[in-house]
Write a protein that binds this ligand. Structure first.
Ligand code: 26A
Length: 344
């Protein structure tokens, strides 16, 4: 990084979750009717998973939550603390302390809302080979309310930021907060970035997603998420290139800032859609023995992207950095890094 950035230039909202991660056999997924590479919200029948992972599968505890992951990774690459601000809701417990400590040691400026009588959220990460399936028990994270953003110091943080990033996952928690941040970004003509996050968001949260999409300047997603959106919209083609083109042309409030869509597809090239153009960015394929787990790869991609985007770098540089960051965290457990960033 060459010049100093304004503190708090990037604001994100999401679900702060502690990941409980373990390698499990396929029949573990089958017992809970889960699929490889899925991301779901825990129902009552999933609740035994967390205890089972700890007792029988030597689970690791890792800082998680999609937006918080992306912002931690952006901070790691930027090497300048407090560039990014994070809002989300936690309980008053040991897990919240761990999350806060990990976020702050990455340089992230966290402003948690604290819900006293509810535990901090957790996410089961079920690793099967190079796949990971996520089952989130949002708990305290589900209690985020817009009043937190209305507290004067937090309101000022939102108003003073230049870039905004929120996951589709947060649509399950508090759409009014998302709409507030989106409207602020729009009024100030600042970029608002969002992520499709998981197929279930398009399947079950399409109404709030459609409400915010007109404000979205940059939309991220992977192939399964893009296809779930297309299917929920009854778009005729499941072809990723067709879907990307439609996503950029879809209902946009500020036509002066045409939408950009960035679709990742694992180790296949990242696709960048801008108005009528589609560009491909190759991904360096890792050997299977280099892969520790793919948990957080998508979040790290966004983190790497954001680290450059807030410096005003070209989309080409942003995407290359996204690919660098995703490649790095795949070689580490969960969405964690080791050593100094090597992106130049
Ligand atoms: C609402 N849901 C389901 C979620 C999540 C989530 N973060 C926010 N909301 N489900 C899984 N995650 C996080 O995604 C990361 C991997 O991309 C996990 O905590 C994990 O760190």
């Amino acid at each position: 990084m060459t010049s100093t950035l304004q503190e708090g230039i990037l604001v994100g909202c999401g679900n702060p979750l502690l990941d409980i991660s373990a390698v499990v056999p396929m029949d573990f997924l089958q017992r809970y009717s889960m699929n490889e590479d899925d991301a779901i919200l825990a129902e009552d029948r999933h609740m035994p998973i967390y205890g089972e992972l700890v007792e029988g599968y030597n689970a690791e505890f890792l800082a998680g939550g999609s937006v918080q992951n992306s912002l931690r990774i952006a901070q790691w690459i930027l090497r300048q603390p407090r560039v990014a601000v994070f809002f989300g809701c936690v309980g008053e417990d040991r897990y919240a302390q761990i999350l806060k400590e990990k976020a702050q040691s990455a340089g992230l400026d966290v402003h948690y809302q604290v819900k006293r009588d509810v535990p901090t959220g957790t996410c089961a990460v079920l690793i099967t080979g190079t796949h990971r399936s996520l089952c989130a028990n949002l708990a305290a994270a589900n209690n985020f309310t817009i009043d937190h953003l209305e507290e004067p110091s937090n309101k000022a943080l939102v108003e003073n930021a230049q870039y905004y990033y929120i996951s589709g996952f947060f649509l399950t928690v508090n759409p009014p907060s998302i709409m507030r941040v989106a409207a602020t970004a729009h009024a100030k003509q600042r970029p608002f970035l969002m992520n499709l996050s998981a197929p279930f968001i398009s399947q079950f949260y399409m109404a709030p997603l459609l409400a915010v999409l007109p404000y979205v300047d940059i939309i991220f997603g992977n192939e399964a998420e893009a296809q779930a959106f297309a299917e929920a919209q009854s778009w005729p083609s499941g072809d990723l290139r067709e879907i990307g083109k439609r996503l950029v042309a879809f209902n946009k409030l500020n036509p002066a800032r045409p939408r950009i869509a960035i679709l990742t597809q694992g180790c296949d090239p990242v696709l960048l859609f801008q108005q009528d153009s589609v560009q491909e960015f190759p991904v360096t394929k890792l050997a299977v023995h280099e892969i520790v787990d793919t948990n957080g790869a998508g979040d790290a991609f966004v983190g790497g992207f954001l680290s450059q985007f807030v410096q005003g770098k070209s989309l080409d540089v942003c995407i290359r950095c996204g690919n660098y960051a995703a490649g790095h965290i795949i070689k580490n457990p969960g969405c964690t890094y080791s050593g100094e960033p090597e992106f130049v």
